[in-house]
Ligand binder design. Structure first.
Ligand code: ATP
Ligand code: MG
Length: 145
């Protein structure tokens, strides 16, 4: 059900360590057993494809990997910082690609929205001017991080 495709970085000198590990994971819904004692590991630099028939448990397994679901048995160890692109491919159709990426950082995105709403005003009050300075400072802080 899980296939690994070698990526270019696999041939580099970068050592491969485990990125996500799955140990003895079991999951069932009622009488339907999806996984029993599944153990596997995902390493950086590889691309993984998850295939299987409808209802086999692919989406459930992805939820276990991302942490959206906790396994009924076993453990999943994942990095503290993990990004997940949801399966809804139309969810961000209304946005530019660069904005979609920035939305991944909620604080930065809200600062940019605040800035854009201030710049969109035909006239700027003293308070708007102060808020604009605040947005600039926040952007500067984000750039330094
Ligand atoms: N929260 C839930 N409660 C009960 N049953 C569930 C739940 N989530 C999933 N299932 C069942 O578990 C099975 C696996 O579902 P899952 O969505 O993981 O399969 P899938 O491989 O992603 O299917 P598809 O190819 O259709 O996307 C299905 O029979 C589904 O009905
Ligand atoms: Mg699915």
């Amino acid at each position: 059900m899980i296939a690994a495709f070698p990526a270019l970085s696999e041939y580099s000198a970068v050592p491969l360590t485990t990125m996500i590990s799955v140990s003895n994971v079991s999951m069932r819904f009622g009488a339907k057993i999806l996984f029993e004692d599944v153990s596997t590991a995902f390493t950086p630099g590889k691309r993984y494809g998850l295939t299987g028939p409808n209802g086999a448990g692919k989406s459930t397994f992805m939820k276990l990997l991302s942490g959206e679901l906790e396994p009924q048995k076993g453990t999943v160890v994942r990095p503290r910082k993990l990004s997940v692109l949801s399966q809804d491919q139309f969810a961000f159709d209304a946005y530019r690609v660069v904005d979609t990426v920035i939305m991944g950082n909620k604080r930065l995105w809200s600062a940019m929205e605040e800035r854009d709403s201030i710049y969109a005003k035909p006239e700027m009050s003293n308070e708007d001017g102060r808020a604009r300075g605040h947005c600039r400072r926040r952007r500067w802080i984000f750039r330094r991080k």
